[in-house]
Design a protein around this ligand. Structure first.
Ligand code: PLP
Length: 281
């Protein structure tokens, strides 16, 4: 089945889907994106993703191309046309098309909106969830506004490729003080030496993960001990358990960090319980 993309008002076969070479997203990365997980044909954590998308747009001063209700309809139609049941919806919104100039266009410019949707390999997801994944670590080399879901992902891409080449699933960034910030496309968590779930607090240092927020809620509802406090690489390596969260990584246990086994080197009980609770929620 050929994939269908939504591009600025039209549903088009992927091979014909195109934007201008003067699109500011292409020229400058002057663009934000959002990714919704889809489970059983439904958007998961839908409001959280809409809210973060709106926040990213506000931060870069781009108007929303349509209101949330209309966008929801277009998302659902893109899912329907691509027969998506378990996968992701991807949206990108750029400042639009204008002659190349670093400053914002002086003439009124319509934002570019593209939407795609696809199923993800569920067997692979289940395997990573059940067996866990390895992560490598790498110096934090990104800009200071990581809270904006910008398409400027070059550092993330380079470090994710390094992870792949090292046989790992994810790369965790380590800041100048030795603390883990997050992964290239996921938030980082540990179960620390005191048995507390621990993840870095929200700030401009990390993307405000929607899955992170959802998992925090599930953990709190179950009276699990949770603290939002940074942890160092040394603490991560000495942790009882570790895991990552993201739209494409709904709690994947981390079994090794830079080849040091985490805990017993297999998914731990707290992570497994939390994963089951989150997936069942
Ligand atoms: N951190 C980064 C850098 C990401 O790119 C992502 C998701 O793509 C996340 C964290 C996890 O965010 P979410 O749970 O909203 O998918």
């Amino acid at each position: 089945m050929s994939q269908i993309a939504y591009v600025n008002g039209a549903y088009v076969p992927m091979r014909h889907a195109a934007i201008s070479i003067n699109d500011r997203g292409f020229q400058f990365g002057d663009s934000i994106y959002e990714v919704w997980p889809v489970r059983g044909g439904q958007l998961r954590d839908s409001e959280g993703h809409f809210a973060r998308m709106q926040r990213s747009l506000n931060e870069i001063r781009v108007p929303a191309p349509m209101d949330e209700r209309a966008l929801n309809l277009v998302i659902k139609e893109t899912m329907r046309r691509n027969k998506v049941r378990d996968g992701i919806v991807y949206i990108q919104i750029s400042r639009g098309v204008a002659p190349r100039d670093h400053t914002f266009p002086t003439k009124p410019t319509k934002p570019t909106l593209i939407i795609t949707a696809k199923n993800l390999d569920q067997a692979g997801m289940r395997k990573r969830g059940a067996e866990g994944v390895k992560v490598i670590t790498t110096p934090e080399i990104r800009w200071a506004r990581r809270d904006i879901k910008s398409v400027n992902l070059l550092p993330n891409i380079l470090q994710r490729q390094a992870a792949k080449e090292a046989g790992a699933f994810e790369a965790w960034f380590v800041d100048a003080d030795g603390f883990i910030t997050e992964g290239t496309s996921s938030n980082a968590w540990i179960v620390d030496a005191q048995g507390r779930l621990r993840t870095r607090p929200l700030s401009n240092d990390i993307l405000h993960g929607v899955t992170r927020a959802s998992v925090l809620k599930v953990a709190q509802e179950r009276q699990m001990q949770v603290i939002e406090e940074p942890f160092t690489l040394a603490e991560a390596k000495a942790a009882r358990e570790a895991f990552v969260t993201g739209a494409g990584a709904p709690i994947f246990p981390v079994v090794a960090i830079d080849d040091t086994p985490v805990g017993e080197g297999k998914p731990g009980p707290v992570t497994q319980a939390l994963r089951a609770a989150y997936l069942g929620a």
